[in-house]
Design a binder for this molecule. Structure first.
Ligand SMILES: [Zn+2]
Length: 439
């Protein structure tokens, strides 16, 4: 024991550079720091052993190229370096589902194995787009394949982002596709079905046993415009719904998840789904196309995160309207209004896109432009995908900013995202944990 502590003292006394450890220097034209107020000037970021060890400003003209021995320098002098982006709402196992037919085909005609192969491809695309961390919010009928994709990424078998996963999601009997088949034809479901407080508590236990980091619940379905909301509910008209779980069921799932130190994400699109979720103490509201003014206040009080998904709403609206649900066209206007009110109210807004709900060949970073269009500053939009998202994931000690001690998850773009947010759709350098995946 004594020898070990002596060694520890010696190690601590030697400056890091004295070690013949491999060092990578990123020579950046500009760096966006935690506040994302404006980019810092030229700076050199030193990376060792997967972590950021130092940032020195105003060092633009260091000798470039591959250094001798254990030093490598990467020339990003024409680029702005920023923290790796975080998308907290993805589905790597889903390949776009505008209509019920698109969805049913994936569950009925594609095996879970084939879907997993496609899922590995989605994960690689996410990383190449610049998303070094994602929260994947359920497999849509592909079982626990997200746990395996995460495992393969962490083991270095396939390239992909850091992942937190939700496995199968939960919904009540009769609420989630596949629906509309004859009673005598058994079909798969895109979720794990559970009913009753005890039944749903057991389902939460089961999912955590098999590797769920998050519990995902579906709190509502069947949306419609209600022009005369109950007294005291503003604004009108409101988007209403059929709530799926009872408040009792939701509370049981939240209690069980929290008891096991896991968090709960709730798909809640309209009034009742959102209201019940916030009441029950869930951690993140997904979509939240309509949130009443009173519920926005309650979310601030409880620290609930709001994860709007503006792009996917516009992406599916026309197709779903054509397929017989014109409410989706109205919903894009309602969700833009909700977003504006949430920004004004000061709710914690994180960056999620529902990628997989739209084609993975579309860069999920298209979401940024809509967020700026509907009321966030570019800096706020970027922070929602870095600092705020890292806090939502409980990973703020490791990711979300470029500072010494954090993991070296760094991306670079040409131009300044704080003046033109759309440059984030063209990330051309990606480093995750000190390893370069795109250059
Ligand atoms: Zn989703």
């Amino acid at each position: 024991m004594k020898q070990v502590s002596m060694l520890a003292v010696i190690v601590a006394a030697i400056p890091l550079v004295a070690w013949s450890q491999r060092t990578t220097y990123l020579e950046c034209g500009a760096v966006i720091d935690e506040k994302a107020a404006k980019p810092l000037g030229p700076a050199r970021i030193a990376v060792q052993d997967g972590k950021i060890v130092a940032i020195e400003e105003h060092r633009p003209n260091i000798g470039l190229g591959v250094g001798s021995g254990s030093v490598e320098t990467i020339d990003l002098r024409n680029e702005t370096c920023l923290p790796g982006l975080i998308d907290v709402h993805t589905h790597v196992l889903l390949q776009g589902d505008i209509t019920a037919e698109d969805y049913d085909r994936q569950l009925l005609k594609w095996s879970p194995e084939y879907r997993t192969i496609l899922g590995t491809q989605s994960a690689r695309k996410a990383l190449e787009y610049g998303f070094t961390t994602i929260r994947d919010l359920e497999t849509e009928g592909a079982g626990y394949a997200d746990v395996d994709i995460k495992k393969a990424i962490n083991a270095g078998v396939i390239p992909g982002p850091r992942m937190q996963v939700a496995t199968r999601a939960l919904d009540v009997t009769g609420a989630y596709p596949l629906l509309g088949y004859a009673p005598n034809v058994p079909v798969p479901h895109g979720v794990q079905v559970c009913d009753g407080a005890d039944g749903c508590r057991k389902a939460v236990r089961e999912q955590i046993m098999y590797g769920a980091d998050w519990i995902k619940v579906y709190s509502d379905r069947s949306y419609y415009i209600d022009s005369n909301p109950p007294a005291g509910i503003t604004p009108a008209p409101m988007l209403s719904d059929i709530p799926t779980f009872t408040l009792d069921e939701l509370r049981a799932m939240v209690d069980e998840a929290h008891r096991q130190r896991h968090k709960v994400a709730s798909h809640a699109t309209a009034y009742n789904g959102v209201h019940n979720s916030v009441e029950a103490g869930i951690d993140t509201i997904e979509h939240g196309d309509y949130i009443s003014d009173a519920d926005l206040k309650l979310m601030i009080q409880k620290g609930t995160y709001y994860v709007p998904t503006l792009y996917v709403g516009e992406y599916v609206a026309e197709g779903r309207a054509k397929a017989g649900a014109p409410v989706w066209l109205e919903m894009t206007k309602i969700s833009a209004d909700t977003f504006r009110r949430a920004v004004k109210a000061g709710v914690k807004i994180a960056f999620g896109t529902d990628a997989g709900g739209f084609d993975w060949n579309i860069n999920p970073a298209v979401e940024f432009e809509l967020r700026v269009k509907y009321g966030q500053t570019p800096a706020e939009a970027l922070r929602s995908a870095t600092v705020v998202a890292s806090e939502l994931l409980g990973m703020q000690k490791d990711i979300g900013t470029i500072e010494p001690g954090k993991l070296a998850d760094i991306v670079a773009v040409k131009g300044d995202p704080l003046t033109d947010i759309t440059v984030l759709e063209h990330v051309d350098f990606v480093m995750k944990g000190g390893v370069v995946f795109k250059k």
